[in-house]
Design a protein around this ligand. Structure first.
Ligand code: NAD
Length: 476
């Protein structure tokens, strides 16, 4: 389409132009003013019943997850970034030089302009407005495009943005499918994308054409490595939660378990029993329903493939095509099964039995992904050492999922799981361009003028000799 428009029939170019105009003022505001505005927004979101309601209605997730995973996350990320760590990360600071001791550089962090945040369907708040917080705080305008499957939370955040009196056009929401995402990548100054590998690749290539930065937070195949000396009961409990929370539609979910053979029977039996006790549907469900029929059928195909290659079905499976897939556990999955290698992103937990820790490391690092995972052992030093050998952007020792809520620590993927990162005060700087201004230190004027005369034209022999001497002293 030549002129992509959002759900309100507004041309994307016009939306971005108004965002750019508004950014000029927002970027000039102090960190304190922007932080105060975002904290007021967090206070409004925390108690907003409509926000929770639309999260539940659009995704089918339990209230506990809508509030605990999404709204609580938003409050926490705003609390952390608007605090001392964020202020320090964006403050102008001074750097010195060994070669020019009479000078200093003032380094400031200028916002990039208009950042496109393109979000996925599984976390309509956390991975949508949640990812707009850092670029906004850094002084950018944000145009947010939620998934067409779950636009409600973004609409609600826009309404709250206006209600608390934050400036118009600094934050806008556009709706639509891939064509709207592409139009944003073609007009904004930076892309922050969360979603599938295929879409991330396409957007990164588009951004590359324009030489604008693109952060891509993509899929994963996060392993849970259970060593023989682990607390097997605790590991099994975490496996069930880590695999089936969010109906298995969480990027860092337990995508596969690699358990040492000597404890595999006990582990598998505990996982089976706990999975059978999960409630799906009804008044107070533990597990919801996958977002789309396509997701459900992809999961069914992966289960069929694993069974055909010799895996055993411990729980779930079955159901007519298109229906909700019950929480499903597969044991003795072979390393060549599709479900051992492709992202499942649904309520299926494959268990692979491994001979030892070395095999677990080999299988983990053979994956094209590198997003997250966990290592389970009573020996924390050993678990940490093993974790350092894994290709993975972040990891938990003896826990699952909680690393995402550690907003002070950078979170991002390796390999096909993406590039760039979110979280940590350092992530704020991704949304800025550093500007270094070099000047004479106060009180060093005469020396500075003398040095300036020595280093320029005409080149002189004695200056060359002095340079040789200096290099000998400095870089001995
Ligand atoms: P998706 O790629 O289908 O869609 C994500 C967003 O991109 C949507 O807004 C969609 O409309 C848009 N989009 C899709 N194709 C596009 C294109 N070609 N050009 C421009 N925009 C396009 O992903 P999804 O199904 O919504 O999300 C599931 C995926 O997201 C999973 O792989 C999951 O692992 C991943 N995910 C990753 C993280 C992370 O932090 N790494 C977090 C959540 C989800």
């Amino acid at each position: 389409m030549d002129d992509p428009r959002d759900a309100n029939h507004q041309p994307i170019e016009d939306v971005v132009a108004s965002a750019r105009e508004a950014q000029a003022h927002w970027g000039q505001a102090s960190f304190g003013d922007r932080a105060r505005g975002l904290r007021a927004l967090a206070s409004a979101a925390r108690v907003d019943a409509d926000l929770v309601r639309c999260l539940i209605e659009e995704t089918g997730k339990p209230e506990y997850e809508a509030l605990g995973f999404e709204v609580a996350y938003l409050c926490e990320v705003i609390r952390y970034l608007t605090g001392r760590a964020g202020r320090r990360a964006l403050a102008e600071n001074s750097r010195s030089s060994l070669i020019f001791p009479h000078k200093r550089a003032r380094v400031g962090w200028k916002p990039r302009g208009v950042v496109a945040v393109i979000g996925p369907g599984n976390f309509p708040l956390l991975n949508n407005f949640g990812d707009a917080v850092a670029p906004l705080l850094a002084g950018n305008s944000v145009v947010l495009k939620p998934s067409p499957r779950t636009p409600g939370a973004s609409r609600r955040m826009l309404a709250l943005w206006r209600e608390v009196g934050l400036p118009d056009s600094v934050f806008q929401v556009v709706e639509g499918g891939p064509e709207v995402g592409r139009a944003l990548a073609d007009t904004c100054d930076m892309v922050f994308f969360t979603g599938s590998v295929a879409a991330g690749r396409e957007l990164a290539a588009r951004a590359g054409e324009r030489l604008i930065p693109c952060v891509a937070e993509l899929g994963g195949k996060s392993p849970m490595i259970v060593l023989a000396d682990a607390d097997v009961e605790a590991a099994a409990r975490a496996a069930v939660w880590g695999a089936f929370a969010g109906t298995g539609q969480i990027c860092i979910r337990v995508e596969r378990v690699l358990v040492e053979s000597s404890v595999a029977d006990a582990f598998a039996e505990s996982v089976r029993a706990q999975t059978m006790a999960l409630r799906q549907g009804g008044e107070e469900p533990d597990v919801g329903v996958s977002l789309s029929a396509a997701d459900r059928e992809r999961c069914r195909a992966l289960v069929e493939d694993a069974l055909a290659r010799g895996a055993r079905l411990l729980a779930g499976g079955g159901g007519p095509p298109g229906s909700a897939l019950p929480p499903t556990v597969l044991d003795r999955v072979t390393a060549d099964a599709r479900i051992a290698n492709e992202e499942t992103f649904g309520p299926v937990l494959p268990i692979l039995r491994v001979a030892d820790a070395e095999e677990a490391v080999r299988l983990t690092n053979a994956s094209p992904f590198g997003l997250s995972g966990s290592v389970w052992s009573r020996d924390r030093d050993r678990a940490r050492e093993l974790g350092r050998r894994l290709v993975s952007g972040s990891l938990c020792i003896n826990d699952v999922l909680v690393n995402y809520f550690f907003v002070s620590a950078p979170f991002g993927g390796m390999r096909a799981s993406g590039m760039g990162f979110r979280h940590g005060a350092e992530a704020l700087r991704q949304f800025c361009v550093p500007q270094s201004i070099v000047e004479d230190r106060p009180g060093w004027g005469p020396l500075a003028a003398w040095v300036r005369r020595q280093i320029g034209f005409p080149y002189r022999k004695r200056v060359l000799e002095a340079l040789r001497f200096l290099m000998k002293v400095l870089y001995r």
